[in-house]
Design a protein around this ligand. Structure first.
Ligand SMILES: Cc1cc2nc3c(=O)[nH]c(=O)nc-3n(C[C@H](O)[C@H](O)[C@H](O)COP(=O)(O)OP(=O)(O)OC[C@H]3O[C@@H](n4cnc5c(N)ncnc54)[C@H](O)[C@@H]3O)c2cc1C
Length: 543
C-alpha cells in the first residue's frame, strides 16, 4: 500500500440522508472502522439551522449542487431546476423538512411488482419507527419514540391554515391528523423534521451525536470519482481531495450513497453500466448492468397562486413590517412563527378519480405568495398551493456529460412523456383552484396570478402544466432495487453480479412513493445497515 492509501472496513460515499444513517449504525460496533466521504463541506450555517433558511438554500452555491434537467420536450422545452444538498446531511440539510412516508401500498408494490422481498410496509414500518422520535404521535402503532430523528408538528401555524380547513370542510375533504398513520386521504397539518425551532437534518440527528467515535472518519470536500474493481470484487474507492487523487481501501464493503442523481454516475465512471452508454464516453466496460441510470422518476408540480389584500400571510411588505418584526422576535424568544416554519404548513392528499385505491395527488399549502414555478416566497402577501402528481408514469434517465467527476450530470426526467401524467396534473391544479375559490378565502382574495383567469378549459390547464411545472425534489429509481433485468441492486441492495459493493440511497426505490422521500430514504438506510451487519430483520409490524 502506498503512503496515500488508507484502509477501512466500510467506506460510505456521500454524507446525505442515507450516508449519515449508515455512518452512525455501522460505527456502533467499535471494531468496525468506518469512513464517510462527502464532496461538500460541513453543515454549520444558520441558513441550515433556521427553518426559513430554505428560501436561501434553494439558490445557494455553497450548499446546493444547483443542477438543471436537459430541455424537457414535453414541458415547453424548459430546463427545470434540480436542487440537491451539497454538505453533510445532503439534501436533508436543504430540504423542506416535511416528514412523510407515502402510502403503505407503495411499499407492498415494491414487493409485488419489483420482487423486493422484505420491503412490504409491515416489514419496513419497524425501521421508520426505529429512526423516529415523534413528539406528537410517538406512542401509537405507526410511530416511534426515542429514535434519532425528531419529528414534530409546528408549534405555531399561520391563521390562513384555518381558512384552508374551512374551505376543505365545505368540500367535504376529511381532516387527517396523521398522514403517516393508517389512512392518508384528507387535509391536515404537516409533520416536520424540526426540533426546538431548528432543522433536524440527517446530519444533526445521526452524525453529530457520534462524530467523535474513534472508529468513524468523516472526510469533507472529498469527491468520489469511482470504485476500484479487481475482477468482480470491489476493493476500494478513488477520491479527489484538495486536488490530490487518493485510493481508500475497504476490507468489507463500499457503499455508494450519493443520491439518485450522482450514484449512477459513479457506477458509470467505474465501468459499471450499460455498455452502449459507457463506450460513448470512452469508459472501459468492467461490468455490464444495463439498468444503471434508467428508471428515473420524479414528482412534477405546478402552483396555484393568489395575491391577498390582507397581511395575514407570511411575507415581506411595508404594511406587514411590524408583523414581520414581531415574527422575528417570536423566533428569537420562543423559537416559533415564520422563521421556525417550513412555510409549507398543511397539505391535502386526494384521489383525483373514482376507483383509485389511494391518493394520486398532493396539494401542499403555503400561506405566502410564491413564484409560479419556484419554492421561493416573493414580496407581498397571498396564498399558494403546490399541486403535484404522486405516482407519475413517465420515466427518465441520468447520464454523464463526460468521464470527469467534476462535470455536471445529464438529468432527463422525461416529464410528461406519458400523457396521463398531464391529465393527473390538470385534475390536481383544478382541485387546488377549487379549494382556493371557496368563500372562506373571500377576505383574503386578490388577483390569481397563476394559472390566472385566462386559464379555464382543460386544454388551457394542460398547457399551463407543461409551461409551468417544476419538481418537488424527489428523484428516485436510477439504481433500482429488484429482481428484473433492469434492476441494479438486489433486495439486499448489493450491486448485482459484484462483490463488496452496495448502493444505499433514494436511487434504489424501484417506484416513487406517494409522499416525500427523506424519511423513506433514511428508513432504507436503517434497514440496510442491519443487513450489512448480519442482524436479523426487526419483527414485522402487526398492523
Ligand atoms: C430543495 C429540496 C426540498 C426537499 N424537500 C423535502 C421534504 O420536505 N421532505 C422530504 O421528505 N424530502 C424532501 N426532499 C427530498 C429528500 O431530501 C431526499 O429525497 C433525500 O434527502 C435523498 O437522500 P439521499 O441520501 O438519497 O441523497 P442526498 O441526501 O442528496 O445525499 C447525497 C450526498 O452525496 C454527496 N455527493 C454527491 N456527489 C458526490 C461525490 N462524487 N463524492 C462524494 N459525495 C458526493 C452530496 O453532496 C450529498 O451530501 C427535498 C429535496 C430537496 C433538494
Amino acid at each position: 500500500m502506498s503512503s496515500n492509501e488508507e484502509i477501512f472496513d466500510f467506506i460510505i460515499a456521500g454524507g446525505g440522508s442515507a450516508g449519515c444513517v449508515l455512518a452512525n449504525r455501522l460505527s456502533e460496533d467499535p471494531s468496525n472502522r468506518v469512513c464517510l466521504l462527502e464532496a461538500g463541506g460541513v453543515d454549520k450555517s444558520p441558513l441550515i439551522r433556521v427553518p426559513l433558511g430554505i428560501m436561501f438554500l434553494i439558490d445557494s452555491k455553497v450548499y446546493n449542487w444547483l443542477y438543471h434537467t436537459s430541455e424537457q420536450g414535453n414541458a415547453s422545452n424548459r430546463k427545470i431546476r434540480i436542487p440537491r444538498g451539497k454538505t453533510l446531511g445532503g439534501s436533508s440539510s436543504i430540504n423542506g423538512m416535511v416528514y412523510s412516508r407515502g402510502h403503505p401500498r407503495d411499499y407492498d408494490e415494491w414487493v409485488e411488482v419489483a420482487g423486493c422481498k422484505g420491503w412490504s410496509y409491515a416489514e419496513v414500518l419497524p425501521y421508520f419507527k426505529r429512526s423516529e422520535h415523534n413528539e406528537t404521535f410517538g406512542d401509537d402503532p405507526y410511530h416511534g419514540k426515542g429514535g434519532p430523528l425528531n419529528v414534530s408538528n409546528l408549534k405555531k401555524t399561520n391563521k390562513l391554515v384555518d381558512v384552508l380547513f374551512e374551505a376543505t370542510d365545505a368540500l367535504q375533504i376529511p381532516r387527517r391528523d396523521d398522514f403517516n398513520g393508517a389512512e392518508q386521504d384528507g387535509v391536515g397539518y404537516r409533520q416536520v423534521t424540526i426540533k426546538n425551532g431548528k432543522r433536524h437534518s440527517a446530519a444533526t440527528a445521526y452524525l453529530d451525536p457520534v462524530k467523535h467515535r474513534p472508529n468513524l472518519t468523516i472526510m469533507t470536500d472529498a469527491t468520489v470519482d469511482k470504485v476500484v474493481l479487481q475482477g468482480k470484487q470491489v476493493t476500494g474507492i478513488e477520491i479527489i481531495q484538495a486536488g490530490e487523487r487518493k485510493t481508500i481501501n475497504a476490507n468489507r464493503e463500499v457503499i455508494i450513497s450519493c443520491g439518485t442523481i450522482i450514484s449512477p454516475n459513479i457506477l458509470m465512471r467505474s465501468g459499471i453500466g450499460d455498455p452502449a452508454v459507457l463506450k460513448q464516453h470512452g469508459i472501459e466496460v468492467k461490468h455490464d448492468l444495463t439498468g444503471v441510470g434508467k428508471n428515473l422518476q420524479e414528482h412534477a408540480a405546478a402552483n396555484v397562486v393568489m395575491k391577498s389584500p390582507s397581511i395575514m400571510s407570511y411575507g415581506i411588505s411595508v404594511r406587514g413590517f411590524p408583523r414581520l418584526t414581531w415574527q422575528l422576535l417570536d423566533y428569537i424568544i420562543n423559537r416559533v412563527g415564520f422563521l421556525a416554519s417550513n412555510v409549507n404548513e398543511a397539505t391535502v392528499f386526494s384521489r383525483s378519480l373514482p376507483g383509485l385505491d389511494r391518493p394520486d395527488i398532493q396539494l401542499g399549502f403555503t400561506p405566502a405568495l410564491r413564484t409560479s414555478t419556484g419554492r421561493k416566497v416573493t414580496y407581498g402577501h397571498g396564498v399558494s398551493m403546490n399541486a403535484s402528481i404522486l405516482r407519475p408514469k413517465s420515466r427518465g434517465t441520468i447520464g454523464l456529460t463526460d468521464a470527469d467527476p467534476f462535470s455536471p450530470p445529464v438529468i432527463d426526467p422525461n416529464f410528461f412523456s406519458v400523457e396521463e401524467d398531464v391529465d393527473t396534473m390538470v385534475r390536481a391544479v383544478k382541485l387546488a383552484r377549487q379549494i382556493m375559490s371557496s368563500p372562506s378565502f373571500e377576505p383574503h382574495r386578490g388577483e390569481e396570478t397563476k394559472p390566472g383567469k385566462n386559464v379555464q378549459t382543460d386544454e388551457q390547464f394542460a398547457q399551463y402544466v407543461r409551461e409551468n411545472s417544476a419538481t418537488v425534489f424527489h428523484p428516485v429509481g436510477t439504481c433500482s432495487m429488484g429482481t428484473n433485468d433492469e434492476a441494479v441492486v438486489d433486495p439486499e441492495l448489493r450491486v448485482k453480479g459484484l462483490q463488496g459493493l452496495r448502493v444505499i440511497d433514494a436511487s434504489v426505490m424501484p417506484r416513487l412513493i406517494g409522499g416525500n422521500t427523506n424519511a423513506p430514504t433514511m428508513m432504507i438506510a436503517e434497514k440496510a445497515a442491519d443487513m450489512m451487519l448480519g442482524k436479523p430483520p426487526l419483527p414485522v409490524a402487526d398492523i
